[in-house]
Write a protein that binds this ligand. Structure first.
Ligand code: ATP
Length: 317
């Protein structure tokens, strides 16, 4: 464990009976960072977050929270953790104040510390005027704020949020996303989502999980850059016959865009750009443009999931 890691998890696995839900997952969280766990439904996000938050025992692996081993010393380690599960455990018949006071005590705060901690958690989550309201009558967005307030009431180093914006309307989603960014000033944050835009809006780094395994960890920007292009845009002043282009090795499809412009698709790893440039010079086609087409971020994400879907065998679908 180094001082720069709020969370360090290595080789996490979890079986439900004989079914492997998560295998070989390792991750790190640094101070001030929002890490997004991104993946389709059933990928293993909730299972991973439940293990990291100390609510589900891993079948294998090790988790350090702020340097403390979660399995060896769960009480000490959990003091550094706040957790908002996918289905927040809100007591709907309590008022916001009653519930947060209860949560503060559960998190181990002394009676004398509770009032100040609750006021601070409310002010950080925009609940200053909602203390006397019954949780039951609050909007879903405000109930989610209460869920986040209970996760930060003891000022943990790490806040873990499982699908924090599910079921919210667009305005509520924006408010919760702003709140997450605000939280990252004082806490390391891990959140899970199946929505790419959520990661774009809130996360510094992403870990993509599919079928229980990590398929990518880095920034989203790198994801788009790393995916090699399989299409080119070309333009000629004196365009050749399409069949002359189609005859070039590696080209799999040709779309005419008019006025001497074409979109050319090619097999992965068989970029025909050099040959096209050489032919253009030799045949006098008057090459005006030859650029690789970048995959969109969404396409890069889908390619990542799809490629791994074909590659990984023996894990749950
Ligand atoms: N209590 C359980 N018993 C048996 N299988 C489970 C249990 N919880 C999860 N699973 C299975 O483990 C796999 C991972 O589920 P998990 O809920 O972690 O995924 P997820 O990425 O969070 O998905 P979602 O976004 O739908 O919640 C799935 O195949 C799921 O059916």
């Amino acid at each position: 464990m180094t001082a720069t890691h709020l969370i360090e998890a290595r080789g996490l696995a979890r079986y439900y009976g004989s079914q492997c839900a998560v295998q070989g997952i390792s991750l790190e969280l640094h101070p001030g960072e929002v890490l997004g766990l991104l993946g389709p439904n059933g990928a293993g996000k909730s299972t991973t977050l439940s293990m990291i938050s100390g609510n589900l025992a891993p079948s294998a692996g090790r988790i350090l929270i702020n340097g403390i081993d979660l399995l060896d010393a769960p009480r000490q380690a959990k003091r550094h953790l706040g957790y908002l599960p996918e289905h927040p455990p809100l007591y709907r018949d309590l008022t916001v104040d009653e519930y947060l006071r209860y949560a503060a005590r559960l998190h181990g705060l002394a009676r004398s510390e509770v009032s100040e901690a609750v006021e601070l958690a409310k002010s950080r989550t925009g609940l200053e005027d909602a203390g006397h309201a019954l949780i039951n009558i609050l909007s879903k967005g405000f109930q989610q704020r209460v869920g986040i307030a209970q996760a930060i009431v003891h000022q943990p180093a790490v806040v873990i949020l499982d699908e924090p914006t599910v079921g919210l309307d667009p305005l509520q989603i924006r408010e919760i996303r702003d709140l997450i960014l605000e939280l990252s000033r004082e806490h390391g944050v891990i959140l899970s989502t199946h929505i790419l835009a959520e990661v774009q809006a809130t996360c510094h780094r992403v870990m993509i999980i599919n079928r229980g395994q990590t398929v990518y960890t880095d920034t989203l920007q790198h994801l788009a850059e790393q995916r090699p292009s399989t299409a080119l845009k070309v333009a000629f002043a004196h365009p050749p016959e399409p069949r002359e282009l189609c005859a070039i090795e590696g080209i799999t499809a040709l779309h005419s865009l008019g006025e001497g412009r074409f979109r050319i698709e090619h097999a992965a790893g068989r970029d025909p750009a050099t040959v096209i440039a050489e032919r253009a010079v030799a045949q006098g086609w008057g090459l005006r443009e030859l650029t690789p087409e970048r995959a969109s971020l969404e396409q890069a994400f889908l390619n990542t999931i799809y490629q791994e879907h074909n590659d990984i065998e023996g894990l749950p679908a």
